[in-house]
Design a binder for this molecule. Structure first.
Ligand SMILES: CC1(C)S[C@@H]2[C@H](NC(=O)CCCC[C@H](NC(=O)C[NH3+])C(=O)[O-])C(=O)N2[C@H]1C(=O)[O-]
Length: 349
């Protein structure tokens, strides 16, 4: 299908709305068959009053889940992992139910409870309690197992960070290396993602970056600078640092068939419906837009940063958008408009 031209005027209007709704700043970058469009609005650093730059690095949150899924699917391509095998085959005794498979984990159908529900029940105090903490994967899994499963294995979709903490344990067990080494050797290096890092438990973001600001639960309370944090509460579920350029490169390469065999990419794109416009595959979301076009990628919400990173089925057009706030539902919802502008064009306004 011929895509409408991107609507950069509409894109600017969406970013302006996000800032009006409380984000200090926002950026968007579209890569489309060799053409690049960049839009920025507001500030990357409130104290220094530095304007957002489209090249700024940022924390990508759950966009990390696609990277973790790619590593495990590459291991499946290498016949070192069977997607429909129980997780406990590779990590004996980890989970209390041998029926939970790797595929259940990567599609959020395992039933494993999401420990962040309790961890961040109060947004600011929950964040302050963990921002400098370092967890082991098994400590995070133990937090989840204190609560009942949400569903029988495979019976329903229920988003849970715990699933991609288990994915991190699988990556380290099956590769014999750290998650950081697996990302660098299998994705960051081959795609030359120079702005992309996995530095857990280091709290800094290297190079020029947008500072991230957590919106408190109390209306009108001051934003909390959340830039420096270990993201140890998430790790292989949410701790990657990247840029709009690199995320566009990543999703274009993935959907263009450069990272996985056709069979494994098809596994990743076996979608179960989440709601009328969204479906989830293996570490990959599909969103169907108002113009009927479906786009593939992931969103991210880590303290201080909202990310949307999506591309067309063939990977030839990709969009990444970032607003440097979080815990602000209006901003998260408004950013959906970047997909409409990027892929549906002017008709979307
Ligand atoms: C499904 C999501 C949106 S949430 C999930 C994951 N992020 C988290 O689980 C962190 C939740 C706490 C973040 C915090 N919220 C609170 O503290 C609320 N009390 C805030 O907004 O800064 C991620 O990233 N995913 C997004 C995704 O996959 O799109």
């Amino acid at each position: 299908a011929v895509l409408p031209a991107p609507d950069t005027t509409g894109l600017t209007a969406v970013l302006r709305s996000a800032v009006a709704q409380g984000a200090p700043g926002a950026l968007a970058r579209i890569d489309d068959r060799g053409s690049t469009y960049r839009v920025t609005y507001g500030v990357a650093d409130r104290a220094a009053r530095r304007a957002v730059d489209a090249g700024d690095r940022f924390r990508v949150g759950s966009v990390t889940k696609t990277f973790s899924a790619v590593v495990l699917l590459q291991l499946a391509d290498e016949h070192r992992l069977v997607l429909d095998a129980p997780v406990n085959r590779y990590l004996p005794g980890l989970l209390p139910d041998d029926r939970i498979t790797v595929r259940h984990v990567l599609s959020h159908r395992s039933g494993l409870y999401d420990y962040t529900n309790d961890m961040f029940a109060d947004s600011v105090s929950g964040f302050e309690a963990v921002r400098d903490r370092v967890f082991t994967y098994r400590q995070l899994v133990a937090l989840s197992l204190k609560k009942p499963r949400t569903n029988a294995p495979g019976a329903a979709y229920s988003y849970s960070n715990t699933n991609f903490v288990v994915a991190g344990l699988l990556i380290e067990k099956l590769t014999g290396h750290s998650v950081r080494t697996a990302y660098e050797d299998r994705i960051f290096g081959p795609l030359n993602l120079r702005d992309t890092f996995y530095l857990h438990p280091d709290t800094a973001i290297p190079g020029r970056h947008a500072r991230g600001y957590l919106t408190p639960d109390t209306a009108g309370a001051a934003l909390v600078d959340a830039t420096a944090q270990t993201v140890s509460w998430a790790q292989s579920a949410g701790a990657i640092i990247s840029s709009a350029r690199d995320l566009n490169t990543f999703y274009s390469a993935l959907l263009g068939g450069r990272l996985l065999s056709p069979a494994r990419l098809a596994d990743m794109e076996r979608f179960s419906p989440v709601n009328s416009t969204t479906a989830y595959g293996l570490g990959l979301r599909r969103r169907t837009l108002s113009c009927g076009i479906s786009v593939y990628g992931h969103t991210g919400a880590v303290q201080g940063y909202y990310t949307y990173a999506f591309a067309t089925k063939d990977g030839k057009r990709a969009l990444t958008a970032l607003a440097n706030t979080s815990n602000n539902g209006k901003v998260l919802s408004t950013l959906t408009g970047t997909l409409e502008s990027a892929f549906c064009g002017k008709a979307a306004r």
